[in-house]
Design a protein around this ligand. Structure first.
Ligand SMILES: C[C@@H](O)[C@H](NC(=O)OP(=O)(O)OC[C@H]1O[C@@H](n2cnc3c(N)ncnc32)[C@H](O)[C@@H]1O)C(=O)O
Ligand SMILES: Nc1ncnc2c1ncn2[C@@H]1O[C@H](COP(=O)(O)OP(=O)(O)OP(=O)(O)O)[C@@H](O)[C@H]1O
Ligand SMILES: [Fe+2]
Length: 531
């Protein structure tokens, strides 16, 4: 099969021909470069109108007229750009009299890495301009396990470089400047597998305004922002039990990000694949390759139903080209030693010893700070939660310098292997209790809940919250809502009955907790992510 792909969500007017038999991808791209500032939607759309016909013509010449399907980016992206590309794709499919395929741009970013790597069911990290999220395939869809709560990662970096007066795009300039930089402290915000960039970006601008050398700010920005992405990717590996990671998106061209992800996977014995740069940045090659998969699965659309969607999310796509049986989640039995995302946990008969060992991928200063702060908070909040009636393990010992905690061993299994409506309701009540006490868990996933009665010295059959390392004190309803959001996302990543369990969870929280938190949860989930 030979597929012509067209891409034009924002800056790249691109056309490609994927020849399945020859396993070759020809890509022709004409990039829009703003004279000043960031991407102007109107100018970008004008560029699309000018450049798309030319790149398509070049690609068609390469294909020698022999095309079996036309695929195009339906979204997400800038509306005026998408419409231009949609019109071109429809016209071309009609002229060539071949099927039309509408591709989700973000799914294309991750599918190209999955295809090239040959991995079965990897965790996928998309690090692009307007997006940043971690996904895993389960039950017919790519589930968003975690994502940015504000801007995409590339856009965050580009905003900083605009502040400094550098031209668009800023990512490569930050990478270059970072080579001469030294580490300065900046914020670091991870909430479960979600994260946000607004705090670190304003701190970076302030540091620059206050005279911190720009190389140092660039270096530290990269260290923190990419460590956040690497950490959430590792959390997703740990939650799902997968040992494969693929990278997608334009920020993936950054060598430091790839190095960190590679080191993280190396340290935990996972495999990592990053496509070559021409398939990472926006390009029609990935649209043609996924277009071929979809066309083979019969997933084509009529012209009437081919409207573009600027807010098209990856988890809205029915994945027709993969079998329902495939899944990112592969449980491995817990032995005497469990490798979590953050720590190694040694499980004894009555005690568990949790060690936050240094992460090679993180800057040593950042690493020491995170390990120390999280160990201290985990000890404090685990005990405080119990004082408020929430079952948690007793803390026997804390060594913040070494990042070591000794706990009572609780439950007989993790919640993710024993998901029941009752347990999920317990979790909602426990979260409501700690929220009422003025703090959050920070990472309430189905892996951070222990359930059941232990053998040996039998304990009571309860639902315990563990792993409070990302918790903190707060009276902001948004923070409480994030706890609920993190739990709901982990249900989607680990259960086939996620929707029903989620309803139970929310109903129980509504009974035990504050309604304004649920209202905030709707706002968190409804936020447009294309910024
Ligand atoms: C929806 C679509 O239009 C959008 N596309 C997009 O963001 O273009 P993409 O090619 O995936 O990524 C561009 C971003 O990638 C950053 N970038 C490029 N090279 C970089 C580098 N060496 N280091 C860091 N960032 C880099 C740029 O600064 C820019 O923010 C998306 O995929 O989110
Ligand atoms: N007190 C405990 N009693 C029984 N099992 C425990 C206890 N603490 C941890 N475990 C087991 O070890 C696993 C990892 O622990 P924990 O979540 O604290 O580590 P982590 O590295 O922070 O993991 P992650 O970040 O992936 O959630 C838990 O999922 C659980 O199976
Ligand atoms: Fe993109």
């Amino acid at each position: 099969m030979r597929v012509l792909g067209i891409e034009g969500t924002a800056w790249a007017a691109s056309a490609a021909v994927y020849d399945e038999d020859a396993d070759s991808v020809f890509i022709e791209t004409d990039a829009y470069q703003p004279d000043s500032g960031g991407i102007h939607p109107r100018e970008a759309a004008e560029h699309m109108s000018d450049a798309v016909p030319e790149v398509v013509e070049t690609a068609l010449a390469e294909a020698d007229g022999d095309i079996d399907a036309v695929s195009f980016s339906r979204g997400p992206g800038l509306g005026p750009c998408l419409r231009t590309v949609g019109t071109a794709a429809r016209a071309l499919a009609q002229t060539l009299d071949v099927p039309l395929v509408g591709v989700n741009h973000m799914v294309a970013h991750l599918e190209i890495g999955r295809q090239q790597s040959g991995f079965d069911s990897p965790v996928c990290l998309n690090a692009s301009g307007a997006n940043a999220h971690v996904l895993g395939y389960r039950n017919g869809r790519y589930r968003v396990l975690g994502e940015t709560m504000d801007t995409g990662v590339g856009n965050a970096i580009d905003k900083f470089t605009r502040h400094v007066g550098w031209s668009h795009p800023g990512g490569p300039k930050v990478e270059e400047a970072a080579k001469d930089g030294e580490y300065v402290e900046l914020p670091y915000v991870v909430k479960g597998m979600d994260f946000s960039f607004s705090g670190i970006m304003s701190a970076a601008k302030d540091a620059y305004d206050d005279g911190t050398p720009v190389e140092d700010v660039c270096y530290s920005l990269q260290e923190n922002v990419f460590a956040m992405l690497t950490e959430v990717a590792e959390r997703a590996l740990s939650l799902t039990g997968s040992d494969e990671l693929v990278l997608g998106g334009g920020v993936g061209q950054n060598a430091r990000l790839r190095e960190m992800l590679g080191e993280m996977c190396d340290q935990r014995g996972a495999s990592f694949h990053a496509p070559e740069p021409r398939f990472l940045r926006d390009n029609a090659g990935m649209i043609a390759v996924l277009g071929a998969e979809m066309a083979r699965a019969g997933d084509t659309i009529s012209v009437e139903e081919s409207a573009v969607d600027p807010d098209f999310r990856p988890d809205q796509v029915d994945v027709t080209w993969r079998s329902d049986e495939e899944s990112v989640a592969v449980w491995r039995e817990n032995g005497a030693e469990v490798k979590g995302a953050e720590a190694t946990v040694e499980i004894g008969d009555e005690r568990v010893t949790k060690r936050r060992l240094p992460k090679r991928y993180r800057h040593p200063e950042l690493d020491a700070r995170l390990r120390r702060d999280r160990t201290v908070l985990e000890a404090r909040l685990t005990s405080e939660a119990r004082r408020h009636g929430v079952p948690t393990p007793v803390v026997y010992d804390v060594d913040p310098r070494e990042g070591v905690l000794v706990f009572e061993c609780v439950g007989e299994a993790d919640l993710r292997e024993n998901l029941t409506p009752d347990r999920v309701r317990d979790v909602a009540q426990h979260l409501a209790a700690i929220h009422a006490a003025g703090f959050v868990h920070g990472d309430p996933t189905t892996r951070n809940v222990r359930v059941g009665r232990r053998d040996g010295p039998p304990g009571p059959d309860r639902t315990y919250l563990i792993d409070f390392g990302l918790g903190y004190y707060t009276d902001d309803a948004e923070d409480y809502a994030m706890d609920l959001h993190v739990f709901a996302q982990s249900l989607a990543g680990t259960s086939d009955d996620a929707e029903e369990l989620r309803r139970e969870f929310e109903a129980a929280y509504a009974e035990a907790g504050d309604d304004t938190v649920l209202t905030r949860l709707r706002a968190v989930e409804g936020r447009g992510r294309y910024q």
